[in-house]
Structure formats: structure tokens, C-alpha cells
Design a protein around this ligand. Structure first.
Ligand code: GDP
Length: 615
């Protein structure tokens, strides 16, 4: 076992420690920074690095000796080796280095106009399921991929480039607005243009509308591809009419939206579609300065068994070169090798190019930004700062809006628009609510409904709310369980109403800072009914399996059968075997009685919740 006592500077002074925890046996305290190299950690603990690597492996992390790990990863390892971890604040010098570096970078990236050069557009494909998004991406790839030297064998790296008339277009290879919006939720606005695929035999469907709203929320121009025109029952005119009804009037009908009729299957209209994309791109004047250190966004990341951490990065400005030192979110490294979309090794990647990057110390997150920096010292300082900032903004819950704190944000000048996602039970409620809300605009802030549809609140709605820092309003609807959980994790505010007046009144008060604090619901656990038993006085109790979280005594509970709500009551009894229990956690079975409710069936779900003051 290691001895850490020699390391004077890493051990807390004895007197202080004794004062804080007098009775406990002495465990050496190890001060470590927010990010620490495996080798450095081994030195601090005076153990062999291999011991650290083994412990990390046990925790499912493949690391090498040069790997940088963050405090949260290091802490259990340190505890496991018999020490007590303590987070060391950033040193002033480190902060200064990080600040200096980030200032330098910021200056670099706000390039002067004369240094800007045109760059290829970055395109996402969206649309309703089965309308042909994947088929279209495949068709474009087969016919237009830049270099077919590798025999047309493409590998999946999350993006690819096509050429038409000698010009490049970058396609993000994960279709669907979920991916698009998830990227935005991570803070990455990388799409320049979106292709909206609508099948001519099926027409505009709910996800078509959702895609339109997601693109609008991101202010990304839409090119419509009316697909499957080879099919006998294709009705192109009907689609155009439906698109116009959804606010997308095609150019040929006097509108502004570019639309092309295609068949992804028969490869009809593909060149015309790509030409249209280039046309829209030209109007957008997409530019970047290739002659500077690279900046980009991670679009895919994984741990490769043989090659180590792999990240596909979309370069946004500058040029990434082999050998560059880069900071990527909470990790860093040196670009050991780069590959393009057809698996060919490349020495550099310029703006709008997707490149698979090898050589990072650990796997970054999708949506993390990449920055090329001057050297390792700067890289480490920036990583430490990125981690500290992520922690700070997580603690502030910065991404979300909350009706209770809305006024503060408006007053601080941080909010000019209140984005609202509205879900209602019937179509007829949408317009009256929209009308009421849009009237509420004040001088400081506008109310903008970025998505309105019928149906329960879904995960996709929560993602859109996260991405656009919006608020969700449910009118006579509920939220799916997944949506509730995601909203709670992302601190997205969901409000439920059944009277339009109350809804408008609340928003009005919130805009003016007059809203009384409200209580929001926090779901603590869920359980599934496995058996129903008779109890005293004709009552019933159920044997349940706690599937998530926990259940405690006397908490509010909702009983659901599928989507139907059967009861909203409280837990009247909670037993493990024959004994009363205070709390039962996920993974255990228990017996439960619900106050004033007996009509249980096997398969029902119980949802345990609590009301907490919000904001
Ligand atoms: P996605 O869910 O939007 O990605 O849709 P897919 O690309 O998987 O396509 C759904 C189905 O429609 C598949 O069976 C495709 O072969 C078919 N499909 C896609 N495009 C066309 C087309 O232009 N014409 C016809 N006839 N079928 C198509």
C-alpha cells in the first residue's frame, strides 16, 4: 500500500483535519486538481500507474498512462486505494493561462472579412418516419461521394461529403430531428440547411410538422424534397397544398421555399435537389477562415478497442492538421491521425469537413467543441477551465427557463424572447391559446410559440425545449414518463393547464415578475404491479416491483394503466415481507396500499411523486 505522507503539499495540515473530524481514523487526504493525468495521480498517491489503470478498468474506463481524467472519475479510484480525495481549486496562474488562451482563441475566431472564404454547407435530412430519409442519404452517397478511390466503400463516421458541379456539400448522416435537436441541446448549431423529406404517397405527417418547427426554432432554411414520386399513388399537388397549410409555400406557388420532386429509390431528381441546396447555400453566404487554428464540433465519439478514443469532428473554422494539440470539451490530446468519410488518411481538414480524429486522451461528448491550441500547458489549463465552467453552469441550471425566475432573466437583459412549446388535447385549442399568448408581449420580451401540436408531452418536446431554452405548456394533456424524467434531468419547466384564462394569466404575471412561486412535481420513483391481494375491510393491496427510484411512506402516488390515469392518491401502507418499511428502493419488491383505491390489475404502474417549490 502506498504512503502519501511524504508529499507535504498534498496532505492537509494535521491540525485542520483533526479539528474537522476528530474521531475518525486518519486517512491521508489527497488534493487533486479538476483534471489529472494518470501518471500524475500515481505520483501523488505514490503508487504504480498500473494500479491506477487497473482500478479505472474495473470502473469501465480504458485508460493509458497519459490519459487525463476528471475529478469525478479520479475520486472513487483514490478512495479505493485507501485515500481521501479532495478537490483542489484552480490555481490563479492556471486561471490566468486559461483566460489568456481563451481570449487569444476568441480573437482568432472572430475573423476579419477579408480572411473569410466560402465553405461547403452542412446539411441535415429530416422528415416523418419511412418517408425516405435514409434512402435519400444513401442515394446521394452512392452517386456523389467526393472520392471513390477506395472503391466506393464508405465507412460510417456520422457525416460525408458529396460533390455536385465541382462544389462540396457536407451531409450529417444521422437523419431525423431528434439528432438535430439533441445536437442543439448540447449547444451545437452546426446545420446550415435542412432537407425536409415528404413522401408523395403519404403527405405531411406529424413528424413533418415537428421537423419544420425544429428547423424554424433553429432558424435553419428548409429545402423540401417531395419523395417517392415513382409510386403510383403519389400525389405531389396534395403535398404542396399541405406544405402551404403548414406555412411552407413553394416558389412555384409564389412562396419562398425551394422544393424538388425526387425518387430516392429510382434516383430521380437528386442532382436537382443538390443544386437547390447549393443555391440556398449561396444566399446564406457561408464562410470561414481556413488559415487559422481549427475549431469544430464533435458529432460522434466512441472508444475503439484497438485505436483508443475516436471522435468525428466537423471542422467549423480553421484547418485541423495532424500533430495539432487540441482541447475537446473536458479532454485533450494530440491529433495522431485523421481519416475522412471514406476511411482515407488525411493530413488536414478544412472548414465543413468531417474528420475522424485519433489521439485524444479520452472519449469526448457529442456536441463538445474542439479547439486547436499552442501547446500542452495551454491545453491542460483550458480543460480545467472547461470542466469548472461546465460544473458552474450545471449548478446554475443555466440552460433552462423557469416561469418563476423568468422576470429576473428578462430584467437582467438575458432574455428577449420566451420560447413556448404548446401541446393540447385538440387542434381547436391551439389557435386561441396562441392568440392569447402572442398578445402578452411586453417591450422587453416577445412570446414565441415555436412548436404547437396535439398529444401528450413527449421526450422530443423536452429536447426542443432544452435546445431552444423554452418552456413547455400542456393544455388538457399529460407528459409521458420519459418526458417527465428528461425534463427533470434538464430542469425544463412544464406547466399544465385546463383553463385558457389561467394559462394566459400565469404567463402574463411571469413576464411582469408577479407570479407567486409555484410547486413543481418531482417524480421519486415508479413501480409495477405484479400481484393483487385482498386486505382488511374489502380493501386491496398490491405486490409491486420498484422499477425506478424509490418509494417512501405516505407519498402522493398515481396509478396508471397504460396511458390512462386511474387514481391520484397517497401511499397508505408500505411493507417489505410482513414488516412496515420506511423506504423501498429500485430493484426490490414490496407491498403497497393506496388510499381510497382498490381497482388494481397486474401490470398497472405506480408513480410516486412529491411537490417541490420551483425556481
Ligand atoms: P426513413 O425512415 O425516412 O429513413 O425512411 P427509409 O429511407 O428507411 O425509407 C422507408 C421505405 O421507403 C423503404 O422501404 C424505402 O425503400 C422506401 N423508399 C424510400 N424512398 C423511396 C422512393 O423514392 N420510392 C419508393 N417507391 N420507395 C422509397
Amino acid at each position: 500500500m502506498a504512503k502519501a505522507s511524504k508529499q507535504e503539499n498534498t496532505v492537509e495540515p494535521k491540525a485542520e483535519k483533526a479539528a474537522r473530524e476528530p474521531a475518525k481514523p486518519k486517512v491521508p487526504v489527497i488534493n487533486i486538481p479538476r483534471s489529472v493525468g494518470v501518471r500524475q495521480l500515481a505520483d501523488l498517491l505514490q503508487v504504480d500507474s498500473i494500479q491506477i489503470i487497473k482500478q479505472l478498468m474495473r470502473n469501465g474506463i480504458m485508460a493509458n498512462i497519459n490519459q487525463i481524467i476528471d475529478y469525478d472519475t479520479a475520486a472513487p479510484i483514490i478512495t479505493g486505494l485507501g485515500f481521501q480525495p479532495h478537490l483542489q481549486p484552480l490555481k490563479e496562474k492556471q486561471l490566468a493561462t486559461a483566460a489568456e488562451e481563451s481570449k487569444k482563441l476568441k480573437k482568432l475566431y472572430t475573423a476579419e472579412a477579408e480572411n473569410l472564404q466560402p465553405r461547403p454547407p452542412v446539411v441535415t435530412v429530416m422528415g416523418h418516419v419511412n418517408h425516405g430519409k435514409t434512402k435519400l442519404l444513401d442515394a446521394i452517397r452512392q452517386t456523389n461521394v467526393v472520392d471513390s478511390e477506395a472503391g466506393g466503400i464508405t465507412q460510417h463516421i456520422g457525416a460525408y461529403q458529396a460533390t455536385i458541379s465541382g462544389q462540396k456539400i457536407t451531409f450529417l448522416d444521422t437523419p431525423g430531428h431528434e439528432a438535430f435537436t439533441a445536437m442543439r441541446a448540447h449547444g451545437a448549431n452546426i446545420t446550415d440547411i435542412t432537407i425536409l423529406v415528404v413522401a408523395a404517397d403519404d403527405g405531411v405527417m406529424p413528424q413533418t410538422i415537428e421537423a419544420i418547427n425544429h428547423a424554424r426554432a433553429a432558424e435553419v432554411p428548409i429545402v423540401v424534397a417531395i419523395n417517392k414520386i415513382d409510386k403510383e399513388n403519389a400525389n405531389v399537388n396534395l403535398v404542396k397544398q399541405q406544405l402551404a397549410d403548414a406555412g411552407l409555400v413553394l416558389e412555384e406557388w409564389g412562396g419562398q421555399t425551394v422544393g424538388v420532386e425526387i425518387s430516392a429509390k429510382e434516383k430521380i431528381g437528386i442532382p436537382e435537389l443538390l443544386e437547390s441546396v447549393l443555391l440556398v447555400a449561396e444566399m446564406e453566404e457561408l464562410k470561414a477562415n481556413p488559415n487559422q487554428p481549427a475549431a469544430g464540433v464533435v458529432i460522434e465519439a466512441e472508444m475503439d478497442k484497438n485505436r483508443g478514443p475516436l471522435a468525428t469532428v466537423l471542422i467549423q473554422t480553421g484547418t485541423l492538421k495532424e500533430g495539432d494539440t487540441v482541447v475537446v470539451g473536458r479532454t485533450w490530446g494530440r491529433v495522431r491521425a485523421m481519416f475522412n468519410d471514406i476511411g482515407k488518411r488525411i493530413k488536414k481538414a478544412d472548414p465543413s469537413t468531417p474528420a475522424e480524429v485519433l489521439g485524444l486522451n479520452s472519449v469526448p461528448f457529442v456536441g463538445d467543441t474542439l479547439r486547436a491550441v499552442t501547446d500542452e500547458r495551454h491545453a491542460q489549463a483550458l480543460v480545467a477551465r472547461n470542466i469548472a465552467e461546465a460544473e458552474k453552469s450545471a449548478a446554475r441550471g443555466e440552460k433552462s427557463v423557469n416561469l418563476n425566475t423568468l422576470y429576473d432573466q428578462i430584467s437582467a437583459g438575458k432574455m428577449k424572447e420566451l420560447n413556448v412549446i404548446l401541446k393540447t388535447d385538440v387542434q381547436g385549442s391551439i389557435e386561441p391559446i396562441r392568440g392569447q399568448l402572442e398578445q402578452l408581449a411586453t417591450e422587453e420580451v416577445k412570446v414565441r410559440i415555436i412548436h404547437a401540436a396535439t398529444g401528450n408531452i413527449s421526450e422530443s418536446d423536452v429536447m426542443l425545449a432544452t435546445a431552444s431554452r423554452g418552456l413547455i405548456i400542456g393544455f388538457n394533456v399529460t407528459a409521458d414518463e420519459g418526458a417527465r424524467r428528461l425534463a427533470s434531468a434538464r430542469t425544463v419547466d412544464i406547466r399544465f393547464y385546463d383553463v385558457i384564462y389561467t394559462l394566459a394569466d400565469d404567463i402574463n404575471k411571469a413576464l411582469k415578475g408577479m407570479l407567486e412561486p409555484t410547486f413543481v412535481e418531482v417524480i421519486d420513483g415508479t413501480a409495477e404491479v405484479r400481484a393483487v391481494f385482498p386486505a382488511a375491510k374489502g380493501a386491496k393491496v398490491v405486490g409491486v416491483y420498484v422499477t425506478d427510484g424509490k418509494v417512501t411512506r405516505n407519498v402522493p402516488v398515481r396509478v396508471r394503466r397504460g396511458k390512462e390515469l386511474l387514481a391520484d392518491s397517497t401511499v397508505s401502507s408500505l411493507k417489505r415481507f410482513k414488516d412496515d418499511a420506511k423506504e423501498v428502493a429500485a430493484g426490490y419488491e414490496c407491498g403497497i396500499g393506496v388510499k381510497d383505491f382498490n381497482d388494481f390489475a397486474v401490470g398497472d404502474t405506480l408513480e410516486f411523486y412529491r411537490m417541490e417549490k420551483s425556481g
